[in-house]
Design a protein around this ligand. Structure first.
Ligand code: VAH
Length: 321
């Protein structure tokens, strides 16, 4: 029986992954955790098992794993790229200190699996930008990217040195309508939909021709669970799978929205996050994920835009946003 601990359950991905895992493995076999007590209240109101946990506290992590007999950990706790550039030592402490705690507790308690996501932020300006290969130059220019490269290497080390089953995906920008992202460079691709519904206009903090790999949350959850459920013996890679779904510029995103909200207006005021976005690829080659565990995305830009505008529009009508 899998008993799964999700760390960072208040975050953009964690807050939806918890419910997907509960559907598959049963409500009593998924424990949500986060350092944010308020998030815990919301999750508990929805019936989730919840524990307050700061991923940098190894003893607390170990106690929770023992209390619930956890045998699988999914760690979604992270300081993302934009906040990381403002607080680099915090990003290191959470992203690396937290990861080491998860790997060590996973090793000590002989976990079945530890899933620790990476990001396209692991790539840098020297990396081939189009159809970025699985094996390539990893010289990121953000502390977030540094922690993602180091995290991939540390995860793979725990596989080969201790035989711990560690897996991870290089998430692209993730777009969703449940929990707002917190402090990423790709947040514009979420904000734009909310502003289009509420104000019919948006001022974007990166330029119109900024092209990045992106993925809709349903595909993000599908990729995460497909990798989580994959046969370990078929994996040639472990903590660093490229996964792709789509790649678009801000201009293309705005045009997709205008198909449904013709009066939508966008303007551009690039800030420091433009410099981060400029170091990331335009698109990725995810053939290894497709070959090793059958990855296949479902959503393209227009399908995502239709669903985002529908769900956010309904929330707006109900006065929820
Ligand atoms: C960020 N949303 O913008 C994250 C993600 C690829 C970007 O890792 O920092």
């Amino acid at each position: 029986m899998k008993k799964i601990l999700v760390i960072g359950s208040a975050g953009q991905i964690g807050s939806e992954l918890v419910f997907k895992l509960r559907e598959i493995y049963g409500d009593d076999n998924v424990v949500a955790s986060d350092k944010c007590p308020n998030a815990g209240k919301k999750l508990q109101e929805k019936g989730c098992l919840f524990e307050i946990l700061d991923v940098t506290d190894r003893d607390a992590l170990r106690e929770i794993c023992k209390k619930y007999e956890i045998n699988n950990i999914i760690n979604m706790a992270a300081i993302l790229s934009a906040v990381g550039e403002k607080k680099p030592t915090l990003a290191w402490d959470v992203n690396m200190g937290g990861l080491l705690n998860v790997l060590e507790v996973g090793r000590e308690l002989a976990m079945e699996q530890v899933l620790v996501p990476s990001s396209i932020a692991a790539f840098g300006p020297e990396t081939p930008a189009d159809n970025t290969p699985q094996e390539t130059i990893l010289r990121p220019k953000t502390i977030y990217g540094v922690t993602k490269v180091a995290g991939e290497l540390l995860g793979d080390y725990y596989v080969q040195r201790f035989g711990l089953d560690v897996r991870g995906l290089r998430y692209p920008g993730i777009i969703s309508n449940e929990t707002l992202p917190g402090g990423g460079t790709t947040d514009y691709a979420v904000e734009i939909y909310y502003e289009a519904i509420k104000n019919k206009k948006y001022t974007c903090f990166v330029k119109e021709d900024t092209r990045l790999p992106m993925m809709y949350m349903p595909d993000c959850l599908k990729a995460t669970i497909d990798l989580f459920q994959a046969d370990f013996s078929k994996l040639k890679h472990h903590a660093d799978f490229n996964v792709g779904a789509m790649s678009f510029t801000v201009g293309e995103l705005a045009a997709s929205i205008k198909k449904y909200i013709p009066e939508f207006k966008i303007s551009y005021e690039p800030d420091f996050r433009q410099d981060i976005a400029d170091t990331w690829p335009n698109s990725v080659d995810d053939s290894c994920a497709r070959e090793e565990w059958g990855w296949k995305p479902s959503y393209d830009l227009d399908a995502m835009t239709q669903d985002m505008l529908k769900v956010i529009g309904e929330k707006y009508e109900k006065g929820l946003i």
